[in-house]
Design a protein around this ligand. Structure first.
Ligand SMILES: Cc1cc2nc3c(=O)[nH]c(=O)nc-3n(C[C@H](O)[C@H](O)[C@H](O)COP(=O)(O)OP(=O)(O)OC[C@H]3O[C@@H](n4cnc5c(N)ncnc54)[C@H](O)[C@@H]3O)c2cc1C
Length: 411
């Protein structure tokens, strides 16, 4: 057993950290305050470093290390989140890395050639488009349809709470999207497509979120929108399962964003409480503070190890070693998504208290970190209770699933 990163992985981690500390961290507040506004020069710098190509093979313009894609993605997102606590830029990036990886695995050759080089070069955004206004957890209840007409698919319906609506509309790119293709068949009547954001018949809305201000969240309305068949990723009727497969990848990088944010906030707390003198001694000298920090560090270490294992498992799965089943991956990814956001939110709250009134001001990055990580407690990439249901089902079988005996499926 070896818990170390390889020399190459360590080198990559150092490169991303250096870049992020120099170019991103000083501008984190600006990103948080400028809606839909990650500065272009940052995206270009990240692209030049190879960040957007880390899950994309060389032949499509990327620089993936075969068999280590998720480990590299985890390292990258963790480092970005340390530097940009509002989470806008880490989330922008994790969406691009995670969902373009699904195109690598399942896209048609034409789609790969069209989209992947543009994502790798930083030009395009790539996201996920599952949730609809009537609820995100019950994916089997979506109603947006794709109907085959000749050699095209025609889409009608509405998606809601989608990250990167403005970015995909203005920069180019789009979202992997789940649509109903046979309404009689429940979750077995769904198909997974790539849909560019800039097509005739698409209108968008943008919400005002409490955090992640540098990355838009919004909705799409589709009115007779046409897409070619080569944008279809799954077999007809197999989209639900492919969407869930993508969520596993996404949950790993989401957890990495949360561990990065938690680690950075903890460091801010330690630095501050070492310097703050109260009652004649440094604040960290009081066990009410140092024990809390010790607990949080321990939980962070546990979460990082679990995440490292899960990322490695996903890499083994895609490398075809046969060691892990889809159910193993579902559970491992759900555990990371359950634990990491809650940990990051708890750490954010603890550190804010340790910093007192200063922690509540916008002169301190902790408040934007707390707002940012809460998006992942609320639901992005699946609600926390849904993670618990996935884990419980793995341990206890269908007895532990509330929808046993129905066609309902959980994301
Ligand atoms: C900032 C942000 C960005 C997002 N970006 C995207 C995106 O890019 N693409 C996308 O497709 N979606 C996105 N989402 C939507 C996200 O996936 C949904 O919020 C999530 O799936 C939960 O759906 P919901 O919000 O409709 O809540 P609901 O499904 O209405 O659930 C409400 C609450 O009930 C809980 N719950 C649900 N079912 C059960 C149950 N059986 N037992 C116990 N508790 C239950 C949930 O955990 C949740 O806490 C985003 C959300 C946020 C907040």
């Amino acid at each position: 057993m070896d818990f170390r990163l390889t020399a190459e992985q360590e080198l990559w981690k150092r490169m991303v950290r250096e870049f992020a500390e120099k170019n991103i961290e000083p501008r984190a507040r600006e990103i948080d305050e400028k809606e839909a506004g990650i500065p272009e020069e940052i995206i270009q710098g990240m692209a030049e470093l190879g960040i957007f190509g880390i899950t994309i093979p060389e032949e499509y313009g990327g620089c993936a290390m075969p068999g280590q894609e998720m480990v590299y993605a985890m390292i990258t997102i963790h480092e970005l989140a340390r530097a940009e606590l509002s989470m806008s830029l880490p989330v922008y990036t994790l969406l691009c890395l995670g969902w373009s990886y699904l195109i690598v695995k399942h896209g048609s050759e034409e789609l790969k050639r069209e989209a992947l080089p543009k994502v790798a070069s930083g030009e395009w955004f790539m996201g996920i488009n599952t949730t609809e206004p009537q609820g995100g957890s019950d994916v089997s209840a979506i109603t947006t349809t794709a109907v085959k007409e000749g050699d095209k698919w025609v889409i009608n319906g509405e998606k809601a709470y989608i990250s990167g609506v403005t970015e995909a509309t203005t920069r180019g790119g789009g979202h992997l999207s789940l649509f109903v293709t046979d309404p009689q068949k429940g979750h077995r009547g769904m198909t997974f497509f790539y849909v560019p954001a800039q097509l005739p018949g698409i209108t968008t809305t943008v919400y005002r979120d409490m955090g992640r201000m540098g990355l838009s969240t919004g909705g799409f309305v589709y009115k007779d929108v046409e897409i070619p068949d080569y944008y279809r990723l799954s077999e007809v009727g197999r989209g639900f399962h492919m969407n869930m497969e993508g969520f596993n990848v996404a949950r790993i990088v989401v957890a990495a964003a949360c561990t990065g944010a938690a680690e950075k906030m903890l460091e801010i707390g330690v630095d501050y409480t070492k310097q703050r003198i109260l009652f004649g001694r440094p604040l960290i000298n009081f066990e009410g503070i140092s024990f809390e920090i010790a607990e949080d560090h321990t939980d962070l270490e546990m979460t990082k190890l679990m995440l490292q294992k899960a990322a490695w498992m996903v890499d083994q799965f895609y490398a075809g070693t046969g060691e892990f089943t889809k159910a193993d991956i579902n559970k491992a990814a759900a555990m990371c998504k359950l634990r990491a956001p809650l940990l990051a939110a708890r750490v954010g709250q603890h550190v804010m208290m340790q910093l007192g009134a200063f922690g509540y001001t916008k002169d301190c990055p902790v408040e934007m970190g707390l707002r940012g990580v809460l998006s992942y407690c609320v639901g992005a990439e699946g609600g926390q209770n849904i993670m618990k249901i996935i884990i419980a089902r793995d341990y206890a079988g269908d007895e532990a699933v509330p929808y046993r005996g129905t066609q309902k499926q959980l994301r």
